[in-house]
Design a protein around this ligand. Sequence first.
Ligand SMILES: Nc1ncnc2c1ncn2[C@@H]1O[C@H](COP(=O)(O)OP(=O)(O)OP(=O)(O)O)[C@@H](O)[C@H]1O
Ligand SMILES: [Mg+2]
Length: 397
Amino acid sequence: MDPIRNPYAPGAGAPPPALAGRDKLRGDARIAIARIRAGRSAKSMILVGLRGVGKTVLLDRIKLDADQLGVFTVRAETPEKRSLPAVLSPQLRQLLLRLNRVEKARQLATRGLRALAGFAKKLKVKYGDIEVGFDFEPEAGLADNGDLEGDLTTVLEQVGMAAGKADTAAVLFLDELQYLEEEQFGALIAALHRCAQQQLPLTVIGAGLPQLLALAGNAKSYAERLFDFPFIGPLTQPDAREALVKPANAEDVEFDDDAVEEILRLTHGYPYFLQEWGKHSWDTAVKSPITRNDVVSATQTAITALDDSFFRMRFDRTAPKEKDYLRAMAELGPGPHRSGDIAQILHKAVSTVSPLRQSLIAKGMVWSPAYGDTAFTVPLFDEFMKRIMPGKDWKSE
Ligand SMILES: Nc1ncnc2c1ncn2[C@@H]1O[C@H](COP(=O)(O)OP(=O)(O)OP(=O)(O)O)[C@@H](O)[C@H]1O
Ligand SMILES: [Mg+2]
C-alpha cells in the first residue's frame, strides 16, 4: 500500500502514531508534578525498562503534558562519557533565564544565574566538558566550593526557590540515566533530597535501563525513598493490538484478526518491534485488510531492518570477547542466566569472565536482575546473536 501514508514509526525516540498502554503512568506523572508544584510531597519518577520499550517517547509525552500544565521543563540526555554538570548546566541556564523573565521571580532567578556561574567556573577544573554561557558574575561563596554534591544542591535550591516565587515548578527530564557515574548520580540524588526536604517545587523525571536501579541504590541508600521506579514493559495484548490497529484505522486500513495475532506472537508486544512489523506489513500488503500472509511475507524484511539498525547498533559497540560473552548467553536462550552457566559455555572460570560482564553492564548491553544473574537489556537479543554469529564455531579465539 502507499508507503507515503504508512503511519508506523520505528526508530529510537520516534513518537508512535498511537502511544498505547501508558495512560496510567502519564496520569501518575501529572499528579506528581501538580503536587510538587503545590509544595506537597511526591516522589520523583524514573522510568526503567529494556531497550526499545518506549521510555524516551513516554518521557517526551510526559514533558508535553507538563508543558501544558504551565510547568517549566527542560530535557537532556546523559550520554556515556559526558559529565552530569556538563549536561545540566546549559539546561539549568535555560530554566533560570525563563524564570528571570517572570517579574516577581527575577531577583531569585538572577541569584540562581550567579550560583550557576560559580558552579560551572569552579567545577570546570574537574569536569572539563562543561560549556555554558555566563549571564552574571558569580557571587563569592555561592555554589563555588568545587564539590559537586554541595554546589549542585545550592544551584537546584536556587532554581526551586525561583520557580516557587513564579508560582510554577521546575521539572528536569533526564534520559539514559544508566550512563551516569555513581558519584554524580549520588550528587543529583542528594540535591533532590535537599529540595524535597524544603518542599521546593523542583523535580526530576528520568528514564534509563534497569541497571540504574543498582546504580541509584549504591550511590545513595535512601534513593528508593525519593524515587518511584515504574518498570516499563512490553505492551499487554490489548494495548499491543491498539498500537498496531489504531494507526491503520486512521488511514481507513483494516487488519485481519489472524494477522494481528501473528504480529503479537512475533513481537511479544515490544513497541519497537510492533512499529517495525506494522511498517513492513503495510508496505507488503497490496490492499486492505492486511492479511496473515502479508505479515508472513513481511517478516523477513522486518527482521533484516531490525538486524541492520536496532540490534546492529548495540552489537557494534562491543569488543570481540564481549561478543563471545553475549553469544554464550544466547546459547542458553533468552535468559536471565546464571553467571556460572555462561562461564561454562565459554570454558572459563567465572572470575576470568566477570570483567567482561562488568563492562557489558556499563555499556548497557546486559544487566543483573538478581545476584549472580545476567540478562540482555535488548529484547530478543539472543535470537539476533544466533543470526549474526551462527553455528558452533563462533568463539573469537
Ligand atoms: N506505547 C507505545 N505504543 C506504540 N509504540 C510505541 C510505544 N512506545 C514506544 N513505541 C515505539 O517504540 C520505539 C522505541 O521507543 P523509544 O525510543 O522511546 O524506546 P526506549 O525505551 O527509549 O529505547 P532505548 O532504550 O533504546 O532508548 C519507537 O519506534 C516508538 O515509536
Ligand atoms: Mg530511549
